[in-house]
Design a protein around this ligand. Structure first.
Ligand SMILES: Nc1ncnc2c1ncn2[C@@H]1O[C@H](COP(=O)(O)OP(=O)(O)OP(=O)(O)O)[C@@H](O)[C@H]1O
Ligand SMILES: [Mg+2]
Length: 386
């Protein structure tokens, strides 16, 4: 039974997105990609964002990291990371946020890894960007190692007092929040790089560190990219369809790795996928997205047991027929609407078997139908909103 403190901190919000509306300007017209999205990710949880192709999952990730293309415009809303509204930050400040607090990993690691640098060069660069943190990590690691060594020694051994001195040297470094010298930093960065490659279960990390991305297999590249993300020690780790392009065995291995990492890192993980199987296996909570709206949010177990939104119900009925792609949903007639001319009211109403007049005119509010279970649908009450 977790303590009250643990239960409270578990519920602590890390990322809070409120009323996020954004559009893309295109020659064909304005694509209304996000239509007032509310979503929050708690500290330390694995949160899933699921929905059909084109519903706005990747756009959400791009908004959070503020990596939107030129033709995108955020019309309103807030994206609050640990109390900071990211939409108010300058580009310079956002670069720092992306470097230290939000780590994105994508489907194709080659768009992310630099082909002309070795794995070690790229990962150690991340460590070298923050010499203070690197020094702290190394000092903590040394103190731990030296204390273990000391425990195995007797006081008569020649090395004993030397070891004690070394411990206090690193303790001083920690207390003064100091930084190692330049050469020591380089060595430390290499050491931490090998450590993190080991954490992502790359066999023979010393050898792999010296290789270039093209020398690695797809699964290994994926691991190298995850390593780079971990090296940042981020608050949140966003994984957008990272296993979609991999074959089934490698996909299973990467998912197993992510699951293991949960125990080792403190970051929250946002998993974007159209695979409900991945959600069931990996996530604590899930948000279901449809045409630029989040239509339902709940604990994973709850959503599978008691789906409320007609769209979620359709998605779940479609499961046995899903191989990998969720391109079409036979169990829900119709298709995802054109977001240049989205349906009025609830964007799902043209496909919804239960739609009534209000659904065509008004957008339903997100209401808490059961504790922690939110749904955006008039079937569960709520007053119309514009
Ligand atoms: N650069 C862009 N310019 C114009 N429209 C865009 C742009 N990027 C995305 N969109 C539109 O925004 C909507 C949401 O796209 P998004 O890529 O977020 O979907 P997704 O849920 O990630 O889909 P998938 O599962 O296929 O990755 C789509 O209608 C898409 O066409
Ligand atoms: Mg996408």
């Amino acid at each position: 039974m977790p303590s009250l403190q643990e239960q409270l901190s578990k519920k602590e919000e890390l990322l809070d997105i409120r009323g996020l509306k954004m559009v893309f300007h295109t020659y064909a017209g304005e694509v209304k990609a996000l239509d007032g999205v509310d979503m929050n990710v708690r500290k330390g949880e694995v949160f899933g964002l699921v929905g059909e192709s084109g519903c706005g999952k990747s756009v959400m990730a791009l908004c959070i990291s503020r990596l939107l293309p030129e033709n995108a415009k955020i019309l309103s809303g807030q994206i609050i990371l640990k109390g900071d509204d990211l939409l108010k930050k300058s580009n310079e400040e956002m670069r720092e946020v992306r470097m230290k607090r939000i780590a994105m990993v994508f489907q194709d690691p080659m768009t992310f890894l630099n082909p002309v640098l070795t794995v070690a060069e790229q990962v150690s660069e991340v460590y070298l960007l923050d010499p203070k943190r690197l020094s702290k990590e190394i000092a903590e690691k040394r103190i731990h190692e030296l204390n273990e060594k000391l425990a195995r020694m007797s006081e008569e051994e020649a090395d004993y007092s030397r070891t004690k001195q070394d411990i206090s040297k690193f303790q001083e470094l920690l207390q003064s929040h100091g930084t190692l010298g330049r050469r020591e930093l380089r060595k430390a960065a290499w050491e931490r790089t090998v450590d993190v490659l080991r954490i992502v279960r790359l066999a023979d990390p010393e050898r792999i560190a010296k290789q270039y991305p093209h020398e690695l297999s797809g699964g290994m590249r994926q691991r190298a990219m995850i390593a780079m993300a971990l090296a940042r020690n981020p608050d949140i780790f966003i994984a957008d369809e990272i296993t979609t392009a991999l074959d089934v065995t490698v996909q299973a291995q990467i998912l197993a790795l992510l699951k293991d990492l949960r125990k080792e890192i403190q970051a929250s993980i946002l998993i974007i996928t159209h695979d409900l199987g991945i959600v069931a296996e990996m996530c604590d909570r899930v948000a279901v997205m449809y045409a630029g709206n989040i239509v339902e949010v709940a604990d994973v177990k709850e959503i599978f047991r008691n789906p409320l939104h007609p769209y979620t119900q359709g998605l779940l009925r479609a499961i046995p027929r899903i191989d990998k792609e969720l391109e079409t949903l036979d169990s829900i007639p119709g298709s995802v609407p054109d977001l240049i001319f989205p349906p009025t009211g609830c964007r799902f109403h043209p496909r919804c078997p239960y739609a009534f007049d209000a659904c065509k005119q008004y957008k339903p509010p997100l209401i808490e139908a059961a504790p922690g279970h939110f749904v955006e649908c008039f079937l569960y009450g709520g007053l119309p909103r514009e």
